[in-house]
Design a protein around this ligand. Structure first.
Ligand code: ZN
Length: 416
């Protein structure tokens, strides 16, 4: 099966599970991801202090509905979006006028069901299409939410691809949204393929699959971030929009320069950091200030189907998933090969011919670029500029500059 179809299949398979920030939906999701990657699954008990937060009670739900005369008019079994996430259990009957206070719709998108949660305030509610609500007659409605909120744990998982060094690159995806496809099962599907594609990388790559906010905070509370040198938060990775990179809080971190370079020749947008959006907010909180950016297609909250039933697998395309994966792989290739060298023969140009460096270019279609790349690497390898700086300054592809540096190093003209 093709890469794109593979990823799209995974999105479709994960889509129906009722995920939240805790509970069995997250575990089922990680079990499926675990069919593709070796995962370390962590369970962190309710009540555990994590930075300024506390791991909440675990939420699970079996069924929920609103019924009139025994007929379900809003049904959790049709879509898990129909229940406000973390709803407390309810079993009662009430008139429509009273029920309305617990119903959420999107009047401007009357055919779509909104996605709502209430993690930290005990309440209950249903979400439905405005068109459904408009068609409800007055009457006494049976209201059932068969959920439990009880001490349990928060679940997250990691997959580690060991590198040549212990310095790490993290790739983080949130796994707390129920039936929403682009946000964020698309990010999960891309992360799975990216992890599978890494073979003996330079950095150690750590993939984090955790519920949004509380999951990232829990991970940060339990890990030594000293080893984290770079990172990407992956979300909304499969819609038809072009790519958007949101810079780290630093703005000039190596990951920011890498993504700018990789995206240069494609339609894209680069945005400055803001303390909103996905878990880059946590990784880039000032105490950590990690070099972690966020890669999406259409950014956070930027498409009309965002956080609605319109964010279904049809919104995600195999082509977009492949495009996002390709950019991630190119970014990894640049990160893994970016070095800073010193020219050992900086007084006048070293004679390349006598070292066989011209002959090595003979017959190559890109011989001119390759020669230019050598001259740029020699000129800018003063200990100040890394290969990415050189590629940018020379307006050459990173791969050409990295290949030139390898040849020069092998010829004894550069040192690390
Ligand atoms: Zn979301």
């Amino acid at each position: 099966m093709s890469l794109g179809a593979d990823m799209h299949d995974l999105v479709r398979r994960l889509y129906p599970l009722c995920r939240s920030i805790t509970g069995d939906g997250v575990r089922e999701t990680l079990a499926i991801v675990g069919e593709h990657l070796d995962l370390d699954v962590h369970e962190v008990p309710t009540g555990t202090r994590v930075l300024d937060w506390t791991v909440p009670q675990e939420w699970n739900i079996r069924d929920a509905y609103v019924a009139l005369d025994g007929k379900r008019v809003v049904d959790f079994r049709e879509s898990n979006l129909h229940v406000v996430g973390y709803s407390v259990p309810v079993r009662t009957t009430m008139p429509l006028s009273e029920l309305r206070g617990h119903l959420h719709t999107l009047p401007d998108q009357p055919s779509l069901v909104p996605y709502r949660t209430s993690y930290y305030a005990p309440t209950w509610g249903f979400c439905l299409a405005q068109s459904t609500l408009d068609a409800l007659p007055d009457g006494d409605y049976e209201v059932v939410i068969d959920s439990t909120l009880a001490d349990g744990s928060l679940t997250y998982a990691e997959h580690v691809v060991p590198g040549q060094v212990t310095d790490e690159v993290i790739v983080s995806c949130h796994v707390c949204h129920p039936s929403l496809a682009n946000d964020n099962m698309a990010g999960v599907a891309v992360a799975v393929k990216l992890a599978q594609s890494l073979a003996n990388p330079y950095y150690t790559y750590r993939f984090i699959f955790a519920p949004g906010t509380i999951g990232a905070i829990t991970w940060l509370a339990r890990n030594d971030v000293e080893r984290v040198k770079h990172g990407l938060v992956l979300a909304c990775a499969g819609d038809r929009g072009s790519l958007t990179y949101k810079q780290s809080r630093r703005g000039d971190a190596e990951i920011d320069r890498v993504l700018a370079h990789v995206l240069r020749h494609r339609p894209h947008e680069i945005r400055e950091f803001s303390p909103y959006g996905y878990d880059e907010r946590q990784y880039c909180s000032p105490g950590f200030n990690l070099g972690v950016g966020s890669l999406t297609r259409t950014p956070y909250a930027g498409y009309p189907e965002y956080h609605t039933s319109g964010d279904n697998p049809d919104l995600v395309t195999p082509e977009s998933l492949v495009d996002t994966l390709t950019v991630c792989r190119e970014a990894v290739a640049v990160l893994d090969h970016n070095r800073r060298y010193t020219n050992l023969s900086p007084y006048g140009e070293p004679q390349l011919g006598k070292r066989g460096l011209y002959e090595s270019l003979g017959g190559r279609s890109d011989a001119k670029d390759a020669q230019l790349a050598m001259l740029w690497v020699l000129n800018l390898s003063d200990g100040e500029h890394d290969l990415l700086d050189i590629a940018e300054r020379a307006r050459l592809p990173f791969a050409a500059v990295a290949a030139a540096a390898n040849a020069l190093r092998d010829a004894g003209l550069l040192k690390d």
